[in-house]
Structures are given as structure tokens and as C-alpha cells.
Design a protein around this ligand. Sequence first.
Ligand code: PMP
Length: 423
Amino acid sequence: APSICAPLPVLGRDVTVPLVTGGEVTYAALDYAASAPALQRVWDDVAAYAPYYGSVHRGAGYLSQLSTDLFENARRTVAEFLGCRDDDQVVFTRSTTDSLNLLAAALPAGCQVFVFETEHHASLLPWRDARVTYLDAPRSPRQAVETLKRALADREPHGPALVCVTGASNVTGELWPVRELAAAAHAHGARIVLDAAQLAPHHPVSARDLDVDWVAFSGHKLYAPFGSGVLAGRADWLREADPYLAGGGASRKVTRRTDGGVDVEWHESAARHEAGSPNVIGAYAVASACKALTEAGFDTLVAREQYLVGKVRDGLADVPQVRFLSLFGDDAPRVGVLSFVVEGWNSSHFAAALSAEYGIGVRDGLFCAHPLVRTLLGNDPQTQGECGSPEAAPGEKSLNAIRVSFGAGTPDEHVERFVRAVK
Ligand code: PMP
């Protein structure tokens, strides 16, 4: 069995916050699913490079060339991290949301999209201009595959089709059967994009091994700072699409026509969708995080995280008021993301108390996955609960839930404090 590694050093370990009860305590960041603290290693790498950065792809100056090399090396590092095929493209974006919107803008004409209603809004909503089939929430991984197969069998044959699925739920942490869903998609002539925002920070993700056509993730959930993301995968749809943004860097040649207009030849490489001066520091930070996680080893990272999941589950097993939310069952494999409600408690008040009285940062709400959370809470899918809506009064049915999430930087003490506080 892999050993359980020590937490990786992250920023913010010594941040103290005031308590309403008096005094202060070190902050327990247990909201990794929203944004993970940056790894110290990423910060150090960025700090070492910062004095030297320059604009990429343009300058003849030494630092400009250095930055171009680092930017293109970062692309290679990410390609390796994601198990990309030789002819895949890695496009640097701003986030998972940006990556999926870019792919949505690159869909071939007439593309049919299949997406489970349980998705995060970033993977549920970008396809609205296409013909979208929303699939009902499955109650087991097997049912997910069967549901997709049935929907694909009913589709018009021969036209382009895309399945979008998340690898690990940002609400329940549950792992989805990505390999089986990819096989089903391909058997019916469809392609598949993996939303790996919650999966990539916790598990190795290989486009090749999972046989998915694209992978999207965000730097800020992968222990790098905000503002950088990735869309990696098949080049053809990306190459044939109009540039996501029009501008410098995406265009190879621009000429004035005799009728007064302009003709543009766009790049066919990833630069086609990276117009403007790219976020070279962000790309460098993402690559640094990919390297750090690979070097730490996902076997030990997964073992540590499962140990922390066990601490939460076992620690709260004798608190009957706590109900964990799951689609596939309490024992389904999951990453370090758990949502729950506490009977008789208002979720928002509960989360606020964890912060004010214990210095613990969790999230409450519907987690940008409204249809899923309503299903999990057993509420009416159409009418109940909105982002920012008033919570149910204590004793009434919950409209919101509480989410605790952790990862490579989480010390035991944070999870132990959380269990004590909930109790
Ligand atoms: N997909 C999933 C599963 C997520 O958890 C998130 C972020 N909560 C996103 C997509 C969107 O990520 P970002 O906000 O970085 O674009």
C-alpha cells in the first residue's frame, strides 16, 4: 500500500483569523473545491521567474525569448501531465469555464451535445446555442453509462456529437465512470470532453488512457493562482473553428483587400485561440503545479486524501443529524469533497458558525450545480432555492448544503478541528 505522505507545503499555513469567542486561530482552509491554496513550490518558481518575464512570441530581446521558451515548455509539461496524444493541442485559457466556452464556440455546425443535469454550471450551460440533450441524474455509475448509451442510440446518426462530463463532482466528490462513458460516446460516433476541474487536482488524468477527446481544468484548483486554465485535446475542431478571440497572436497574416476590407489568415496551432498577450506567468505556474504533483506522486496523494475522507466520515458517523449527499451511495469512491446537511440547522448559519467560532472556511449554497443539489436534497427541481436566496428556517427542509473539501496541503489538524466543531 502506498504510504500516506505529509501535506505538501502551501501558502497561508500561518494565517490567523479572529474568533467571535475571543482570541485568534490559524485559518483552516477547507474549501479546496472552490480554490486550493497555491503550493509553496509554485510560488517559489513564479517568484524566481518574475524578474525575468517578458511578452511572449514577439520580442527579439533575451527576456522575451526566455518567456517564449518557458511558455512553450509549460505547454509541453501540461501535455505530459494530461497524457495527451502527439497531435493534441494544449490551449491556455483563463479557467475551466473559459475552456468549455471555447470548445462550445468551436462545435461543428449541427453538433448535438449530451450533458447530465448533474453537471457544474460551467459544463452544463456553455452549449445553449447547440442542440442539447439534458440527461436525468443517474443513481449509479452503471446507470450513467446506460442513460448515455440510450440517448446516443436515439440521436440522428452521422452528424457530429459531443458528450460533456465531469470526472469528479464538485458537490459530492463522487468519481464518474469516465472511461466507460468515453467508450459509449465513441461507439456511437460522438466525442467527449472531460471537465477535470475537480479530478485533476486529486487523481492522475490521462486523455490517452481514458480515451477522452478533450480535458479542461483550472489552475486555481490545481494549486496555482487564479487566471489560468487549460483546454487540451483533439486539434481538428479547434483548427477549423473561428478564433475564440480575434486579435494579435491568433493571426498569421492580415492584408488589406482592394475593396477596402481585410483578409486574415489565422494560425492553425493553439495560438489561434490565444489572441492577445498570453498569461505567461499563469501558464508557468500551472506547469509548476503539474510537476510538483507528479513528483509528489498521485499514489501517495490519493492515499493521504482518502485517509482524510475517512477521518471525516468516521468522525461524524455517530452524529445522526449529519446527512452526507451522494448520488451513487455513501460508499462510492470520491475525492476529498463532501457535502452534507445538518438536520435542524440552517446550512448558511452552520457554515458561518464554523468560520466565526472555529476559524474554518467551508462553503454553503448550491455550489453552481443547482439541479444536482436540488435533486440531492429531494427538493422540487424547478422552484426551490436560488443562489443567495434566504435559507430555510431551522427545522424546515434544507435549501442549501454545506461543503467541506481538502487536498494535498491539508494537515490532519484542520480536518480534526472540523469534526470537533460539527460535533
Ligand atoms: N467544473 C467543475 C466541476 C467545478 O467544480 C468548477 C469550479 N467550481 C468549474 C467547472 C469551473 O471552474 P472555474 O470557476 O475555475 O472556471
